[in-house]
Design a protein around this ligand. Structure first.
Ligand code: SAM
Length: 272
C-alpha cells in the first residue's frame, strides 16, 4: 500500500461492528458538518503546547477517534509521523486516501480507543471534539491505561472538549455548514440517561441537501460524561501528570472554575 499501513483485523471487525453507524460511515458529510474549525490555528496551538510542556522531542503523533483526520495534513507538513485509530472503516479509508493524495505515508489502525496496543510507542497523543468515547468508568480507566502504555515518558496527551465542566443535562445545538454545493443542517443533542452512572445519549443528526438530493444521516451514541475531578484522579492513577486546562483553545485563558461560559476547553496531561 505505498508504505501506508491500514490494519483491519477480522476478529476486531466483527466485535466492533455494532458500535459504528451512519454519520461515521459518511466521512465527506462528516467533514463538511464539522468544518467550522480553524485547523491550521489549532495545530499552532498544539505546537505551542508541545514547545512549552513536552519533555521529549516529538516525532510520532497519535489521534484517537481520528475519523477523517482533519489535522493530519498540517501535522504531516510539519514533519510529524501521523498515526490514527478509529472504529469506522469508511473514515480510515477516507484518511488513507487523503494521505496518499498528499503523497505521505501514515499509519491507520482499526482499533477501539478503550483498549488497544501499538507495536511502536508514540510521543504525543490527542483526542479532538469530545471524541473520548467511553460508556462507563472501567472503560475510562482502561483508555488511560492504554494511552499510558503507548506514550513515551515525558510525552503529552492533549484533549479537546473531552472533560465536561458543566453538568450534562439535556442540550441542543444547531448550525448549518456548506461546501461544494452541499448544504448540511446539523443538530447535536444530549439527553441524560442515568445520573449515577453519568451516562447520556448523544444524537447527531444531519439534514443534507446534496445538489438537490435530500438525505438524512444520524449518529446515536451512549456515553459516559467525564467530570474534572475524576478526570484528574483517573489520569493521575494511570501515570499522568496534570499540566493544565484552558478555555476555548486559548492558552492565555487557564480555567479556574469561575468562568461563566466554557466552550471547547482543552486539557493537557504529561506521561510521568
Ligand atoms: C466526532 S468524530 C471525530 C473525528 C476527528 N477526530 C475530528 O476531529 O473531527 C469521532 C470519531 O471517533 C470514532 N470512534 C467512536 N468510538 C470509538 C472508539 N471506541 N474507538 C475508536 N474510535 C471511535 C468514530 O468512528 C468517529 O470517526
Amino acid at each position: 500500500m505505498d508504505g501506508n499501513s491500514y490494519h483491519l483485523g477480522r476478529r476486531k471487525q466483527r466485535s466492533v461492528k455494532s458500535l459504528v453507524d451512519s454519520l461515521y460511515a459518511n466521512p465527506t458529510y462528516y467533514e463538511i458538518a464539522f468544518s467550522y474549525r480553524d485547523i491550521p490555528w489549532e495545530v499552532e496551538v498544539m505546537q505551542e503546547v508541545i514547545r512549552t510542556h513536552s519533555h521529549i522531542p516529538v516525532k510520532r503523533v497519535l489521534e484517537f477517534g481520528c475519523g477523517n483526520s482533519p489535522h493530519m495534513e498540517e501535522l504531516l507538513k510539519l514533519g510529524y509521523a501521523y498515526i490514527g485509530i478509529d472504529l469506522s472503516p469508511e473514515m480510515l479509508q477516507y484518511s488513507l486516501r487523503k494521505a496518499k493524495q498528499l503523497g505521505y505515508q501514515v499509519e491507520l489502525h482499526r482499533l477501539n480507543m478503550v483498549h488497544f496496543v501499538l507495536e511502536e510507542p508514540i510521543d504525543f497523543a490527542y483526542t479532538m471534539l469530545g471524541s473520548l468515547y467511553v460508556q462507563n468508568t472501567e472503560e475510562l480507566i482502561s483508555h488511560f491505561a492504554s494511552v499510558s502504555n503507548v506514550l513515551n515518558r515525558g510525552g503529552l496527551y492533549f484533549l479537546d472538549w473531552c472533560v465536561d465542566f458543566g453538568w450534562l443535562a439535556d442540550t441542543t445545538d444547531y448550525w448549518t455548514a456548506k461546501r461544494d454545493g452541499i448544504t448540511i443542517d446539523v443538530q447535536h443533542s444530549t439527553r441524560l440517561i442515568n445520573c449515577i452512572e453519568q451516562t447520556f445519549e448523544e444524537n447527531i443528526e444531519l439534514a443534507i441537501d446534496d445538489h438537490g438530493t435530500s438525505r438524512n444521516v444520524k449518529q446515536r451514541s451512549i456515553r459516559r460524561a467525564i467530570y474534572p475531578q475524576e478526570f484528574l484522579l483517573i489520569s493521575q492513577k494511570q501515570g499522568f501528570e496534570f499540566i493544565g486546562w484552558w478555555n476555548d483553545w486559548d492558552l492565555k485563558s487557564p480555567l479556574d472554575g469561575t468562568e461563566e461560559i466554557i466552550t471547547r476547553p482543552i486539557c493537557v496531561l504529561r506521561r510521568r
